[in-house]
Write a protein that binds this ligand. Structure first.
Ligand code: HEM
Length: 244
């Protein structure tokens, strides 16, 4: 049986005791049945796991490749955490450099390179191009993030470009839309950023991360393989030594 608790407005707490039933209820005017709930859960798992892990892997790769940035981040973490055993959400707000690093990593290594397809609802002429009604439109957010007419030295990893800048990923600055934009933009954005900030901050706060066999960061292969999400071509293998 599936039961939705709607005691608070807009809060739907799903109780699933035996999803095998045929129960169907109306929530906010929509029919909700077993298949809908399964689809939503699968959607959230599929959309929320590969994207976040990819972003963590690329961010750590860039930090290992740029020891100066890694060192500056460790300084920020140490000075804000002040001896705490863990970085917590309360610390995150003050971590401007960490936030800039994650933005820069999302720009250069956008987890979802092509946004979800749209269909035009009317005939339109856009910058000289005729787009008839019913055309499938695919936005290449990867190339927007690396466009030399929009970014200075777009191929370089420079978190500083986001310091003292109002540019963010919430879908209002179209040169930087790692979470998409508009009504179908990513609903997991706040959650994704919070967990990735926490994961990266704690990893770098607690460990020095180095390539094996005494290799320097500049030797790290940064090739990508494209797919629905953009992964590293070779797995990231690192040695972690505790900092305290
Ligand atoms: C770094 C992490 C993430 C990135 C880069 C990301 C990126 C995206 C992008 C680009 C889209 C398509 C938006 C569009 O076409 O305008 C999307 C959709 C979506 N994302 Fe995320 N996402 C991330 C994490 C998450 C998390 C953690 C969740 C859930 C817990 C989530 C749930 C969803 C869902 C359900 C959709 C489909 C929305 C719809 O079609 O209405 N995402 N995401």
């Amino acid at each position: 049986m599936v039961k939705w608790c709607t005691s608070q407005p807009n809060v739907h707490d799903i109780h699933t005791s035996g999803l095998g039933g045929d129960s169907r209820e109306k929530v906010g005017g929509f029919d909700v049945d077993k298949d809908t709930i399964k689809a939503v859960i699968l959607d959230i798992f599929a959309a929320g796991t590969d994207t976040t892990s990819t972003n963590i892997e690329w961010t750590v790769s860039e930090l290992v490749k740029h020891p100066r940035v890694m060192q500056q981040l460790q300084q920020e973490l140490t000075s804000i955490a002040r001896g705490s055993s863990m970085i917590t959400e309360e610390h995150l707000e003050k971590m401007k450099y960490l936030k800039a690093i994650i933005k820069e990593s999302l720009r250069l290594h956008i987890p979802v390179p092509l946004l979800v397809q749209r269909e035009s609802t009317q005939d339109i002429n856009l910058m000289g191009y005729d787009i008839p009604v019913g055309t499938r439109v695919i936005i290449n957010a990867w190339s927007l993030g690396r466009d030399p007419s929009l970014w200075e030295e777009p191929e370089e990893f420079k978190p500083e470009r986001f310091l003292n800048s109002s540019l963010d990923y919430k879908g209002f600055h179209y040169q930087f839309i790692p979470f998409g934009a508009g009504r179908r933009g990513c609903p997991g954005i706040q959650f994704a950023i919070a967990i990735n900030e926490l994961a990266i901050a704690n990893l770098v706060y607690k460990y020095d991360l180095l390539l094996p066999d005494g290799k320097g960061g500049e030797e790290l292969d940064m090739s990508e393989i494209t797919g629905l999400t953009t992964h590293r071509k070779s797995p990231l293998l690192l040695m972690a030594s505790p900092r305290f």
